[in-house]
Design a protein around this ligand. Structure first.
Ligand code: ADP
Ligand code: MG
Length: 636
């Protein structure tokens, strides 16, 4: 037996480790199971090159709780270690890892983000254990077993172990303040979080199943009544992980059902089917595999739940993929597995890292390619999905120039009549009718078919196309499309009268004289609340509505952009709620208003209220007054 002292620079490293990692004690289990997995994979490799002849196929890892003994066991059947190896790998190498960790992060103890991602390795066991024992037996049969004991001080003992079967057993004597790790529920939770897809089967406890070798017989009693013999149950090991998750397989070996069942495996509480998936698979210039799913995006979706999960070699690392997956794709679900993502660094460093940047643009490209092929191969199906995916695509177009370019081929612009155009198709379709006298192509849109019904009708009567653009960031996107495209302008149908929105030749002749127009304007302004409506006389078609309430495109769009953030609009103060009241001077009603004796105010109020009513702007007392006035007017 040997007693020794671990070569340490910092004597009291263990209390330090505990303090530094306070919030993330639970990672010890992930680390120990990772080591057990590594040891098993190493042995499988050695066997594959013929240097080991024993059975490696059934190798598994076991996690066992000994509640009375207050011990947690992690047992593997991997390469194992001789006494020499324990000295070398545990005392020197594992320790240097821990020391390096402390050196690196001693000033960053508050950045829990980093700490959670940094594998402290074997010594993380001391975060929860007052004493750790290793029993190990090398796969090389001539080697004796090793038994190592360390109580968290730099002193350890190393002696012969009676362990006779290959592999390593780590025994944690759980600390009084970490007794939670003796609870089956807690360990189950951790295994499920970190080890659900690890490549070696993990046994945790047992379960009862119906004995497959026993078929219950049907027995007839003396009255001829049939009953079934009770089912025989047997106890089997409970394997808690799926060692071959879908993302590790070749796309050609997977069917659509396999992708949906994997989705359910990842997110057991999601009942809605994903819309489609993207299988990621690249090994140069970096290594990355994974499957991304496009979920149906709903307005009340909890984006904090069921996020993309990041793995390294099938070990769960985090579900915070900020910096690795571009922002606009963080609403997707699925997994990414890459050993090439540096995790022991801060987020800001991560974003500047060359390899990570490449990964992020690879993902963007793959998503764009998938969307483009879905569009090409099944345009009808793609159009059906459009409303559920447009937010992601529009957000991507705004935030990633490369994606914007690629999206030109599949981004869709639906009309209020459910016809879906690409931007090029839309320009082609509207060019002839909707180019104004300055040569600008005016693209009309609505954001609410019901509210803007009258305006849409007016536009369609002129043979114009009206898009239905209703996502919350659409004003930003329009702004971008206008700057990118030459001589293309967007206007919401209710931004002005239709003839003003797409001005063709010089405006219609007014039936009213200058003098009559001045008078009319004064009459109207006396009745209409000034702080809300600015009155504008316009000579329009005599059959168009007499009063129209519009909201100037520019002001409204700026306001929307301010509300949805970005665009340099912050700090500009709130935009006031202002409308234009467009008065059609050619409407017959204007003659009536001009010539009215006693009822002028009523006519103006009535016309204003009707204009408001058509846009859902009439409520409360104004509505009550309107109804009363309407009855009064019917009497006269
Ligand atoms: P890392 O896993 O990053 O090498 P660790 O501190 O986790 O660092 O482990 C240190 C070393 O101890 C490992 O590289 C390995 O050689 C050895 N080791 C740890 N656990 C086991 C195990 N279960 N079986 C065999 N060797 C192990
Ligand atoms: Mg390790």
């Amino acid at each position: 037996m040997a007693k020794g002292k671990i070569n340490v620079a910092v004597e009291n490293i263990f209390p330090l480790i505990k303090r530094f990692l306070y919030s993330d004690h639970e990672i010890f289990l992930r680390e120990l199971i990772s080591n057990a997995t590594d040891a098993t994979l190493k042995l499988k490799h050695i066997a594959s090159i013929g240097e080991y002849k024993g059975n490696v196929e059934d190798a598994r890892i076991e996690v066992k709780i000994d509640k009375e003994g207050k011990k947690l066991h992690i047992i593997d059947q991997g390469v194992g270690m001789s006494q020499e190896e324990v000295k070398k790998y545990i005392n020197d190498i594992a320790f240097s890892g821990a020391e390096e960790f402390l050196e690196k992060f001693k000033d960053e103890k508050n950045d829990a983000g980093i700490i959670g991602h940094f594998g402290l390795g074997f010594y993380s066991a001391f975060m929860v254990a007052s004493q750790v024992e290793i029993h190990s037996k090398s796969y090389r049969e001539e080697e004796e077993g090793a038994h190592w004991i360390c109580d968290g001080s730099p002193e350890y003992t190393l002696k012969k172990s009676k362990k006779s079967d290959r592999g390593t057993e780590i025994i944690l004597h759980i600390d009084e303040d970490s007794l939670e790790f003796l609870e089956e529920g807690r360990i189950s939770e951790l295994l499920n979080k970190y080890n659900k897809f690890m490549p070696i089967p993990i046994k945790f406890g047992t379960k009862e199943i119906a004995d497959p070798a026993h078929e219950p017989k049907t027995i007839k009693d003396k009255d001829g009544k049939e009953t079934k013999e009770p089912q025989k149950m047997i106890t089997v090991d409970r394997i808690i992980n799926n060692p071959d998750p879908a993302w590790t397989k070749q796309p050609s070996d997977l069917k659509d059902e396999d992708y949906s069942s994997f989705y359910r495996e990842l997110y057991p509480t999601q009942f809605e089917e994903p819309l489609f998936h993207i299988h990621l698979n690249v090994d140069y210039p970096f290594n990355l595999t994974g499957i991304l799913y496009f979920p149906k995006l709903t307005t009340n979706m909890d984006v904090q739940k069921d996020k993309i999960q990041l793995y390294q070699n099938q070990v769960f690392v985090t579900d915070n993929v900020e910096g690795i997956v571009p922002d606009f794709l963080q609403m997707l679900r699925g997994v990414i597995d890459s050993p090439d993502i540096p995790l022991n660094v801060s987020r800001s460093y991560l974003q500047a890292d060359g390899a990570v940047k490449k990964i992020s643009s690879y993902i963007t490209k793959k998503v764009a390619d998938k969307l483009s092929s879905l569009f090409k191969n099944d345009r009808e199906g793609f159009e059906k999905k459009w409303n559920d995916i447009k937010i992601v695509i529009e957000y991507g177009m705004l935030s990633e120039p490369k994606f914007f370019e690629k999206a030109q081929s599949f981004a869709l612009y639906p009309t209020t009549n459910d016809v879906y155009y690409t931007f090029d198709e839309l320009k082609e379709k509207t060019k002839a009718a909707q180019t104004d006298k300055e040569g600008n192509l005016i693209i009309l849109y609505a954001n609410d078919k019901e509210e803007q019904h009258g305006f849409i009708e007016e536009a369609e009567a002129k043979g114009y196309q009206v898009l239905l653009l209703d996502s919350p960031i659409v004003s930003h996107l329009i702004q971008k499309l206008e700057t990118e495209g030459e001589k293309v302008k967007f206007a919401r149908v209710d931004a002005d009268s239709i003839d003003k929105l797409i001005q063709k030749e010089d405006s219609q002749i007014s039936k009213l004289t200058e003098e009559e127009q001045t008078k009319l304007k004064t009459y109207i302004e006396e009745v209409v609340p000034k702080e809300k409506y600015s009155v504008q006389l316009e000579a329009m078609d005599s059959k168009s509505n007499p009063f129209i309430i519009t909201q100037p495109e520019f002001l409204r769009r700026m306001k929307e952009m301010q509300q949805t953030g970005g665009g340099g609009m912050m700090g500009m103060g709130a935009f006031p709620e202002m409308y234009n009241l467009v008065v059609n001077t050619n409407s017959e009603l204007m003659q009536k208003i001009l010539k009215a004796k006693g009822k002028r105010t009523e006519y103006i109020s009535q016309a204003l209220d009707l204009a408001r009513l058509s846009q859902n702007l009439l409520q409360g007392k104004e509505m009550t007054d309107f109804i009363k006035r309407s009855y009064e007017l019917m009497k006269s």
